[in-house]
Write a protein that binds this ligand. Structure first.
Ligand SMILES: Nc1ncnc2c1ncn2[C@@H]1O[C@H](COP(=O)(O)OP(=O)(O)OP(=O)(O)O)[C@@H](O)[C@H]1O
Ligand SMILES: [Mg+2]
Length: 269
């Protein structure tokens, strides 16, 4: 791990979480520690139900900690803040707002209000970055699944967060759209250099996008392994065929197989 605590944007420090009381008590997270450094892209892989969303939601500002801490720039996270942009697993963009109004939404809130011209400029920038030109006035129901995810990402970027927290943003997409979205996110994160934490079931996606990958074990979960991804930057579609890529992929599939058969099947789609 590159775990320099003083430098980390997000730190999970020996986080332990259980839900319920008495006989119904279920231990979920059993001492997870890792950091997300400035400008770093870290993916979290782990079996379904091991506690990935619980961890991301804690970083977003919804504390569930029994013990340990999640910190942002050294301070304990206690509530959501616009400095941490989130795409939740069950994310829905507002169906009654157009693409541009969805993207502008966070900038019109009292806590984060910007001038009209600043809002217009920001919306334009992320419409362009996410390839949504021509759909400014469209409603979500008029968009494909991939385009809706691009609106969700644009909205997360628009408030100029220091950190992006993305919980399986492409899980519902077909394989081809998903690869396209990975390339788009890679380009966006290279252009913007924001610290990003991505939760995914896809080994390929994690390798394509990340500096490091944190593999979580079965519930009650702890960090099973942390892998530095030494595939050269920038990543391109050809990167998927490079020996470094294939080596990490082979290794990760070997690591994941005993953790969960279902996770591996999903990762190969
Ligand atoms: N508020 C809650 N109350 C009770 N149990 C919860 C709560 N939140 C999560 N859990 C349980 O904690 C475990 C981890 O849930 P979580 O959503 O974090 O898993 P996950 O790794 O994101 O799974 P998936 O890969 O399917 O998205 C699950 O067993 C879930 O049922
Ligand atoms: Mg989840």
């Amino acid at each position: 791990m590159t775990g320099d605590i003083s430098n980390a944007r997000i730190s999970f420090d020996d986080v332990r979480v259980g839900f319920g009381a008495g006989k119904k008590r279920k231990e979920v997270i059993d001492g997870v520690s890792f950091d997300l450094g400035p400008g770093e892209f870290v993916s979290v892989l782990g079996p379904s139900g091991c506690g990935k969303s619980t961890l991301l939601n804690m970083a977003a500002g919804f504390p569930a900690t029994d013990s340990g801490e999640v910190r942002f720039d050294g301070e304990r996270i206690t509530r959501p803040e616009s400095r941490r942009g989130v795409v939740f697993q069950q994310y829905a963009i507002f169906p009654w707002l157009t693409v541009e109004k969805n993207i502008a939404f966070g900038l019109t809130l009292k806590s984060n209000r910007r001038s009209r011209s600043e809002i217009d400029e920001t919306v334009r920038r992320y419409i362009d970055l996410m390839g949504l030109g021509g759909f400014e006035k469209a409603l979500p129901k008029e968009l494909s699944g991939g385009m809706r995810q691009r609106v969700a990402l644009a909205r997360a970027y628009a408030t100029d967060p220091d950190v992006l927290l993305l919980d399986e943003p492409f899980a519902a997409l077909d394989a081809q759209t998903r690869e396209f979205m990975q390339e788009l996110l890679h380009e966006a994160s290279r252009a913007e250099r924001r610290a990003t934490l991505l939760i995914t079931h896809s080994v390929e996606e994690a390798i394509y996008l990340s500096h490091r990958i944190v593999v979580l074990g079965n519930r009650p979960t702890s960090v099973h392994e942390v892998i530095d991804v030494d595939v050269p930057w920038p990543r391109t579609p050809q990167s998927r065929l490079q020996p470094e890529f294939l080596e990490v992929r082979g290794h990760l599939e070997g690591v994941m197989r005993p953790l969960s058969g279902s996770t591996l099947r999903k990762a190969q789609t």
